[in-house]
Design a binder for this molecule. Structure first.
Ligand code: IPE
Ligand code: IPE
Ligand code: MG
Length: 241
């Protein structure tokens, strides 16, 4: 089936989140080092951001590096950090031109200083953009995020015996953002890997075997078509028509 010509469904997600997995296996299948796959992954991200902007998706969150990914070989971690810092520089002008607003989600503690500076610079120089918000989950962990929210609340003097869901939501890295409607995972695994645990309580999941560097607009359209066919109930019942 040709998916690049699929009509755009009537129901679109307001917020798509993507677990960009499979860079390493993509590279290995080409007998190349893992970092080669991560470079190709950045290109894929650029294509998908562009497609989301054109298709009218207002928010995209991508999982770029998890709190668990520090356990990878030092060479891969430092290569990734350098690649990410370079990418913020390389793509910044194009993101500004395309009306993309950048926001970082995650801890900042272990990030190299130059990467953190690039992130802050990208956030500041895209702050006025409104077409598409791109949230980059980097040094992100869903459990760490909840811990950080609770610590912030405790430090603020909130009554911890009366804590509400709204208070936790308002103190996550994603404060003020809508929950994801659709979570896409590439690379064949069907698991959450500590991604947006709180926020995706009622997200629809879509998994594809394609490795992230091979994911493109036709695959995005396929995911959107699948999403449009899902019936969301949020724990309630379906109204009869
Ligand atoms: C996802 O690809 C990117 C990051 C986690 C940084 P992987 O590097 O996990 O690729 P695979 O899953 O080993 O193929
Ligand atoms: C999830 O992929 C993290 C990112 C895509 C950044 P992993 O490759 O780290 O997940 P696991 O180890 O397969 O669960
Ligand atoms: Mg992986």
């Amino acid at each position: 089936m040709r998916t690049d010509v699929l009509p755009m469904p009537a129901v679109l997600p307001r917020h798509i989140a993507i677990i960009m997995d499979g860079n390493g296996r993509w590279a290995r299948s080409r007998r190349m080092p893992r970092l080669f796959g991560h470079h190709a992954g950045v290109e894929a991200l650029h294509r998908v951001v562009d497609a989301c902007g054109r298709l009218g998706i207002p928010m995209l969150t991508v999982y770029a590096f998890s709190t668990e990914n520090w356990a990878r070989p030092q060479e891969e971690v430092s290569g990734l950090m350098r690649l990410l810092a370079d990418s913020f520089i390389r793509y910044l002008d194009r993101l500004i031109e395309a009306g993309v607003r950048i926001r970082h989600l995650g801890r900042t503690d272990r990030l190299p200083g130059d990467l953190l500076a690039r992130i802050r610079d990208a956030e500041a120089s895209t702050a006025g953009n409104q077409r598409l918000q791109l949230n980059v989950a980097l040094n992100y962990g869903g459990r760490a995020e909840v811990v950080d929210a609770v610590r912030r609340l405790a430090a603020s003097g909130a009554d911890m015996t009366q804590l509400t869901e709204e208070q936790i939501t308002a103190n996550l890295y994603t404060a003020g953002l809508p929950d994801p409607d659709l979570v896409i995972r590439t690379g064949g695994e069907v698991r959450m890997s500590n991604f947006l645990l709180w926020q995706s309580a009622y997200a629809e999941y879509y998994a594809t075997d394609k490795f992230w560097p091979d994911f493109g607009e036709p695959d995005l359209r396929q995911a959107l078509a699948t999403f449009a066919g899902r019936q969301r109930r949020f724990g309630g019942v379906v109204a009869r028509t």
